[in-house]
Every structure is written in C-alpha cells, then in structure tokens.
Write a protein that binds this ligand. Structure first.
Ligand code: MN
Length: 208
C-alpha cells in the first residue's frame, strides 16, 4: 500500500504571521509531497510495502538510503504539521495533565525548556531537526538529528533515540522566504504556534 500525503489540518495561511502561507504551500505541496512520492518509489513492488512507516524507519532506515531520506521526510513532516496550530502557543500547554507534570518536573518551566530546545535547534549544523522525544527509559529528552533522520531510526544518532513527540524542521526550506538566514527568529516564532495539546497526546501514546 502506497503512503498518502496526509491532509494539512489547516489552511496555508492559518499560521501567519509566524509561518507564512507561501512557505507553507511550498513546504507541504512540494517538499512533503516529494518525500512521499519518492518513498513510494523506493518501496514499490517490494515486501517493504507491507510495513507501517514506524516499522520501516526502525528496521530499514539503516540499510536503505531511500527509506532513510524519504521515509524520514514523510514521517517528520507528517508529525510537524500536527504539532502546529493557530490555537497553539503557551496557552495550549496542559499543565495539569500527565504530560504537563512530567514535562515540568523534567525541564522546570516552559521557558527553560524553550531555551534549551532553541539552543539545540539553533546549533544543529546544516539541515536537520530538533526533537522532544521519550527515550527507552521513558524520560523526556531534547536532541537533534541531521538531514531527515529521526529518533525512531536505528542509525548513529548521538543518543537521539526514542519516540518523537515534538519536532522542529530547521532546514532552510522551512524558513528562508520569511526569515532568510535568521534561524533563531524562526525558532522563536515556532513556539507561538506549538500545539501542546497534540504533544500531550503524542506523549500519552508513547508512554504506554
Ligand atoms: Mn521540511
């Protein structure tokens, strides 16, 4: 079964002024669609077609470059759109949920988390992603990966492994039109639209 580009859960312009509509249209309609098509091309006619995207990444990213790059691109962007929302930002943070309590116990405050996460995202050299993930010991961790790698993959990740709960795309294609080379400004804008309710749902699914 071929993978399908998931619907964007809002209009291209819905995240303005933080993420502009033109960037969203190209990012979703060209980049994400491109990864999806190339992933399907990489697995067409093979047994890999039977696997879920998670299984594909866990078991085959290390040995199959097409799966690693395009399967990563497919999965990472699918997660990215979901953890963004026009109703996001600090106000959506569920302080009293299981996730909220664990998060605050781990990072202290939302502000402190943002500082640490921003540093990780800003210092990722070249293209890649910054993550909040739940590691194998069920601990919340901030980390980053290069290119379209992610914490699900069985590849060299410098300790960045686990289940991704929140991801930030720091490829230039994600921000160049509006922010040019100013990645820190893009990272700051990101926090205004983080859908913390969805991150909490991702945590509930991962912690089981
Ligand atoms: Mn991207």
């Amino acid at each position: 079964m071929a993978f399908k580009l998931p619907d964007l859960p809002y209009d291209y312009k819905a995240l303005e002024p933080h993420f502009d509509g033109k960037t969203m249209k190209i990012h979703y309609g060209k980049h994400h669609a491109g990864y999806t098509n190339k992933l399907n091309g990489a697995i067409e006619g093979t047994d890999l077609e039977k696997l879920s995207i998670e299984e594909l990444l866990k078991k085959h990213a290390a040995s199959n470059t097409g799966v690693r790059n395009n399967g990563g691109g497919f999965y990472n962007h699918s997660l990215f759109w979901k953890i963004l929302s026009p109703e996001g930002g600090d106000g959506s943070f569920p302080k009293t949920s299981k996730f909220g309590k664990d998060f605050l116990k781990t990072f202290g405050t939302l502000e402190k988390f943002k500082e640490d996460f921003s540093k990780t995202a800003a210092t990722r050299f070249g293209s890649g992603w910054a993550w909040l993930c739940l590691n194998k010991r069920k601990k919340l961790k901030i980390c980053s990966t290069p290119n379209q790698d992610n914490p699900l993959m069985n590849v060299e990740t410098n300790g960045c492994s686990g289940k991704p709960l929140l991801g930030l795309d720091v490829w230039e294609h994600a921000y160049y039109l509006k922010y040019q080379n100013k990645r820190p400004d893009y990272i700051e804008a990101f926090f205004s639209i983080v859908n913390w309710k969805q991150v909490s749902k991702n945590y509930n699914a991962a912690v089981k």
